[in-house]
Design a protein around this ligand. Structure first.
Ligand SMILES: *Cc1c(COP(=O)(O)O)cnc(C)c1O
Length: 360
């Protein structure tokens, strides 16, 4: 098989999806399957749909269009606010958009009217993570403005925590969101059927026995793909963390000093990190680099450590040298996965062979 490559086990993703749909379903929550890390890779979308996930979420309109072009026909959500310049493409292919600016809702409304449609809208609320969202004190004004637009239909509220500042989506934050739903329902004189509580960082809360309140759904990406919650990156019980493996080939493997010699300045990617003198080490280079993955997001084979990376060389130290041509296997974190899936230099290859569980 070609190397480097990103091996993908759809069976693991399918099982993760069925498990989360079942466990969250028991709590009264549905799952929006976030496919953005895969920029709409249709096999992942189909796997999630087959596992019982009705709505898929993308953050880029290109991803939405890629899913449609591949024949994926279920409801699609734009979970990042549409760009005003792209609203025509959004209403053509997605059913629902998450947004935080009235100007975007206005543009969506006009675009939907031109097509003789109505586009569903979820207004994001700022609850302290300081990424997207309307501050609570402006929420009623914003939602009222949205309800006056003829081409859009206010379906509910959402929030996103943890991603930017690490703020925990705990029971208190979720209660705050539920309370705001009640206020907006009264102010706008309508029921809000969708309350989107967050992402994979919400799973500790969602799988606890805290009341779900008005929350109806979570938007999950990483938990489905990598089997982890994202506050502490703990593996979730019953989920498979090995759906993806990065495979790369050894192109040099020699004993070398652990400390460089000569005067030093910047490296290919900025300041050099100070090397720790460990005497002579077994140093291995695989044909993989910053252009393919986030090298610092890879867990190398047991006993090996990633010590450096440039665009196209990944340097490891380990207990021994490896024969030239050996394929080494790495577990990607979300950052490494994201770059691997979006880089044209590393193909995604479906594999069926289960590998032993328990790695990482
Ligand atoms: C990326 C994203 C998600 C999915 O996050 P995960 O941590 O991968 O579950 C959910 N909601 C929004 C708004 C996002 O941008």
């Amino acid at each position: 098989m070609t190397a480097p490559r990103l091996e993908l086990r759809l069976d693991a993703i399918g099982r993760n999806a069925r498990t989360l749909v079942r466990d969250l379903g028991a709590r009264g929550l549905t799952v929006t399957g976030v496919t953005k890390a895969a920029v709409g890779l249709p096999v992942i979308a189909r796997t999630l749909s087959a596992a019982g996930i009705a709505t898929l979420g993308e953050s880029r309109v290109d991803g939405v269009e890629a899913l449609r072009a591949a024949g994926v026909d279920g409801p699609l959500a734009m979970i990042r606010s549409p760009q005003r310049s792209q609203v025509d493409r959004v209403v053509a292919h997605a059913q629902i958009s998450f947004l935080s600016e009235v100007a975007v809702a206005e543009a969506l409304s006009s675009a939907a009217r031109r097509r003789g449609r109505r586009h569903d809208v979820v207004v994001m609320v700022e609850l302290g993570d300081l990424r997207e969202g309307v501050p609570a004190d402006q929420l009623i004004a914003v939602t009222r403005a949205v309800t006056r637009l003829p081409g859009v239909r206010l379906q509910g509220l959402g929030t996103n925590l943890a991603c930017r500042s690490g703020v925990i989506p705990d029971a208190r934050k979720m209660r705050e969101l539920s309370d705001l739903v009640g206020l907006v329902e009264v102010a706008c004189d309508r029921a809000l059927p969708v309350v989107s509580g967050g992402n994979s960082a919400n799973l500790d809360w969602a799988l606890s026995d805290a009341p779900v309140g008005r929350i109806t759904e979570l938007r999950l990406g990483e938990a489905l793909l990598l089997g982890r919650e994202t506050l502490h990156r703990r593996a979730l019980p019953g989920l498979d963390t090995e759906a993806f493996t990065v495979v790369a080939e050894v192109i040099e493997s020699r004993h070398k000093p652990s400390v460089p010699w000569g005067d030093t300045a910047q490296t290919a990617f900025g300041p050099a990190t100070a090397a720790i003198d460990q005497g002579t080490v077994a140093q291995t280079i695989v044909a993989l680099g910053e252009q393919d993955v986030d090298p610092w997001g890879l867990t190398p084979p047991i006993g090996c450590t990633v010590v450096g990376a440039s665009s196209d060389h990944l340097v490891l130290t380990g207990p021994t040298t490896f024969p030239i041509g050996t394929e080494l296997r790495f577990a990607p974190n979300y950052s490494a996965l994201l770059r691997a899936m979006t880089s044209p230099t590393i193909p995604t290859v479906e594999v069926a062979t289960p590998v032993p569980v328990g790695r990482g």
